[in-house]
Design a binder for this molecule. Structure first.
Ligand code: AR6
Length: 330
């Protein structure tokens, strides 16, 4: 999946490059920096001493030493001073410059912590918005697997309004909740919430023509149906797999193997990228052997987004993450 969010300790994540939230000296510190130096071993500090520090917003690279990565990219986030001191631009450049460096080094996968959101005090929700926007801008023009590793689930959350709309929708539609004890607590969605603008890379609505999708040929495979719909919508393959958060290699596999049976999450992400309505989604899923069920919370959340014509995959994934569900994409 090109972009995913996970909860983990970044020193345990395997990737070609792991990004360190360092300070200007590059000589180690607390938080992620301390954890990475401990996990990498003394060789890392020796190499860092040769780098001459790093300016805020910039990035430098070292080897990975004992960490499960080839490279460690050290970037220095801004200290939060209220938001009027260029913090956003500096934080954006941390992600951008780290990704440029990763690309120069030929990395296919990079893992980031939520830079600046610990010791440097950047509010987590705002830090996440900057991270998602920088990463999705980069992915709109590049191929890479990028993982945002967060320690704390509440760092990733959606707006109060969206959360309460989804909660209400789940109450009305989630079959299991109605079968469960009426006294079961529904207060499982804690945390601060926000709503971000859809990243540029995924704003395709205006390109998608409103022509209804046809499903007359019952023998048509998932792969055929998908490719036909891409044509019918007047979209390109790249637009669709990028918007679907699908890896280019996986898309090629689906394209070349007409009998390919995708995972349910993958099939759904294509329905989202094509902005299908609920009926069209069900019919596309059927071709891969799936349905959307009201007794699966993941499915109910997906239905909510489709019924409300909200097709921003990053927003859907942030919401799924906040509800402890698996993410979509492939
Ligand atoms: N894995 C993933 N995320 C983590 C981990 C971990 N092992 N440890 C902390 N976090 P921070 P900053 C989260 O303070 O704000 C150092 O002293 C943490 O919850 O590591 O950029 C440097 O030397 C938070 O959300 O980095 C600098 O002086 C996020 O990672 C200064 O801290 C970043 O927290 C940099 O501060």
């Amino acid at each position: 999946m090109p972009f995913t969010i996970i909860r983990n300790d970044i020193t345990k994540v395997t990737a070609d490059a792991v990004v360190n939230a360092a300070n200007n000296s590059l000589l180690g510190g607390g938080g992620v920096d301390g954890a990475i130096h401990r996990a990498a071993g003394a060789g890392l500090l020796r190499e860092c001493r040769t780098l001459g520090g790093c300016e805020t917003g910039q990035a430098k690279v070292t080897k990975g030493y004992d960490m499960p990565c080839k490279y460690i990219i050290h970037t220095v986030g801004p200290v939060w001073q209220g938001g009027a001191h260029g913090e956003k631009e500096l934080l954006y450049s941390c992600y951008k410059n780290s990704l440029i460096l990763a690309k120069e080094k030929g990395c296919a996968s990079v893992a980031f912590p939520l830079i600046s959101s610990g010791v440097y005090g950047y509010p987590k929700d705002k830090a996440l918005q900057v991270a998602v926007s920088a990463i999705s801008d980069f992915l709109s023009e590049n191929e890479m697997d990028i993982t945002l590793v967060v320690f704390d689930k509440n760092a990733v959350s959606v707006s109060e309004k969206l959360m309460s709309d989804i909660r209400r929708y789940i109450d009305d539609n989630y079959a299991e909740e109605h079968c469960d004890s009426p006294y079961r607590s529904r207060n499982v969605f804690g945390g601060q919430m926000f709503r971000k603008a859809a990243p540029k890379a995924v704003q395709l609505s205006e390109d998608i023509c409103a022509a209804p999708i046809s499903f007359e040929n019952m023998d048509e495979t998932f792969s055929h149906a998908l490719l036909r719909m891409i044509d019918e919508r007047g979209l390109t393959d790249v637009q669709v797999y990028k918007k679907a958060n699908i890896d280019r290699r996986l898309f090629s596999k689906i394209r070349s193997d007409t009998d390919y049976r995708p995972k349910k999450q993958t099939a759904i992400s294509f329905a989202i990228a094509l902005e299908l309505d609920l009926e069209e989604t069900e019919r596309l899923l059927e071709k891969a052997g799936y349905t959307l069920s009201n007794s699966i919370k993941f499915d109910v959340i997906i239905k909510f987004f489709i019924e409300n014509k909200m097709y921003d995959i990053f927003e859907i994934n942030e919401t799924l993450f906040a509800f402890d569900q698996s993410l979509i994409g492939g």
